[in-house]
Design a protein. Structure first.
Length: 518
């Protein structure tokens, strides 16, 4: 058993920011960060466009950022949360700069980018590798804190809650307590309870549930599935944001993103015949919010039967492009696309989960002493559709709020002594690991085919039936076989897919990223 004051699950922007703040404030506290892969691996690392923050109150205003967020969220944002996040953004941004994150400047001022749904230029960025710059800098801070114990290749399987101690249901007349999580070290193949007074879920997104996604392979919705098994309240899981412009290259996982900032820079969308089409869908054209642009592309592809549309950068100043988007340009060079002559083939891809673990304005979940932050959390900021570059911002603001709230609680918490070890009755190795791979592929295909940008009752029912079979087969494997990361991830992804399908069946009104035909 390993005992901590703070257990943080996940090493993206949300988990790392929270850890740095706690470590600075409470140098005596014992803090653990567990992360299932290499510590750098996260959605954060791949963020391109940047962070939306009102930094220049002459050309921009808080009210305009609030309005843009509300408009993108299509009536389902929590207004008080939107005001909080937009209002606290500049302070949190300054902290990032103080920790050493380098944001691009032009003539001594921050160089602000533009993205879909924003009425003003307000995207702070580091070239087109903003996430990598943030991830590296935050980890450098973490490495310098002696009271942070960083466990990479450590996989959280399940939360430890009161029901592990007391199987009777009658204790739940109040909020049950969380005591940490069961952690699987993939280095020595041991599962041990990491007990903790405060636990933070910062496990990120779910993109890998779909066949085409911009999310790296770690994005398997583990935190959402763990929370669901612990009966924690979830919200808005049906709102999956598809990014309009992932590079069309059918065999790569994840799909390479062509940042929305490229459209903000002037790139245009054309169909295979070379025609512009966005003017038919929204008067903001290429800079409409993502849900609108993705549906427009989906519609164009359905009408034409083509496999992709094209992003046209041929009219842009390539030297300036190179300066702002060196990573994208390098990728284009690698695959033989000359931006002066060729257009970039693009398709929409699963990108972001707008819903998640329901939390209050301090990041507290429906279980005591358990917080959630970042993409796995539902704060109410995004409503039915996230405004571009509001995700890194939300993670920063809520990491601070979780920190402020949890440091007040930690001293009063006493952990029980009878926390049981992991009950591992499974003895055999999976007979054929390939069965896990087959089921994973089937899951990803069925989610892309039946639960994509445009859903229907009929398709959702089909998905439901197939999911049931996959669920039963996988549960059978889980009960009989020795645990492996692949098996846990598959099981978690099936849970997330089930939740998306169930919530999609229940939802009767089309809003933002959710669209269902009858
Ligand atoms: P992540 O950064 O995904 O971190 C999750 C961590 O949890 C990882 O370390 C993972 O390994 C770990 N983990 C997961 N499950 C387990 C488990 N079971 N046990 C242990 N560890 C676990 N947003 C913006 O605002 N601006 C952008 O420009 C932008 N660009 C993007 C570009 C791309 C290609 C992608 C994919 C996303 C982009 N986003 C952007 C979204 C944004 O990057 C993410 O929403 C945000 O980084 C999520 O941060 P996080 O800390 O919540 O999760
Ligand atoms: C992008 O750069 O297009 C991604 C921005 C985001 O997801 O907010």
């Amino acid at each position: 058993m390993s005992e901590f004051d703070f257990l943080i699950i996940g090493s993206g922007i949300a988990g790392l920011t929270y850890a740095i703040k706690v470590a600075n404030e409470l140098p005596e506290a014992k803090i653990a960060i567990v992360t299932k892969a290499d510590e750098k691996e996260s959605n954060t690392k791949y963020a391109q466009g940047g962070i939306a923050v009102v930094i220049d109150e002459i050309s921009d205003s808080y009210q305009q950022h609030v309005n843009d967020t509300l408009k993108a969220g299509d009536g389902l944002c929590k207004k008080d949360i939107v005001k909080i996040v937009v209002g606290e953004g500049p302070k949190r941004f300054k902290e990032l700069v103080e920790w050493g994150v380098n944001f691009d400047k032009k003539n001594g001022k921050y160089d602000l980018g533009l993205e879909g749904g924003h009425s003003k230029k307000r995207i702070l960025h580091h070239k087109d590798i903003t996430g990598l710059e943030i991830e590296k800098t935050l980890l450098n801070q973490i490495y310098q804190k002696p009271n942070i114990h960083l466990f990479s290749q450590h996989f959280a399987i399940d939360l430890i809650t009161e029901h592990h101690l007391n199987k009777k249901n009658d204790i739940y007349s109040r909020k049950p307590l969380c005591y940490g999580a069961y952690i699987f070290s993939t280095i020595d193949e041991k599962i041990i309870p990491f007990t903790s007074k405060i636990t933070l879920l910062a496990t990120g997104g779910i993109g890998q549930v779909y066949q085409n996604t911009t999310n790296p392979t770690i994005a398997t919705g583990d935190g959402i599935a763990m929370a669901y098994r612990a009966k924690i309240i979830l919200n808005s899981i049906e709102f999956i944001q598809f990014h309009p412009t992932a590079l069309y290259h059918s065999t790569t996982n994840p799909s390479f993103l062509i940042s929305e900032a490229v459209r903000g820079f002037g790139a245009l969308l054309r169909n295979k015949s070379g025609e512009l089409f966005m003017q038919q869908y929204d008067n903001r054209k290429e800079l409409a919010s993502r849900d609108i642009v993705s549906r427009a592309i989906d519609n164009e592809l359905k009408k034409s039967g083509d496999e992709c549309v094209f992003l046209d950068c041929r009219h842009l100043n390539i030297d300036e492009f190179k300066n702002h988007f060196p990573n994208i340009l390098q990728k284009m060079n690698e695959i033989g696309i000359n931006l002066k002559q060729d257009m970039i083939p693009v398709v929409p891809a699963a990108h972001y989960l707008c819903g998640g673990i329901s939390v209050n304005e301090f990041g507290q979940s429906s279980i005591e002493n358990l917080y959630a932050c970042g993409e796995c959390a539902y704060t109410g900021l995004h409503g039915a559709n996230r405004l571009a570059s509001n995700s890194l911002l939300e993670a920063l603001v809520f990491a601070d709020r979780c920190f402020q709230n949890s440091i007040k609680l930690v001293e009063s918490i006493i952990l029980p002594e009878n926390i049981p070890g992991w009950n591992d009755e499974r003895t055999t190795q999976p007979k054929e690991l390939i069965l896990i791979t087959h089921n994973l592929k089937e899951l990803q295909n069925l989610m892309s085919d039946y639960v994509g940008i445009i859903r229907s009752e009929e398709r959702l029912e089909k998905a439901n039936k197939r999911l049931k079979m996959l669920y039963e087969e996988t549960e059978e494997m889980y009960k009989k076989n020795k645990i492996s990361p692949q098996l846990i991830e598959l099981r978690n992804m099936i849970t997330v897919a089930y939740l998306i399908v169930q919530q999609s069946l229940k939802r009767t009104e089309n809003k933002g990223a959710f669209y269902k035909t009858s």
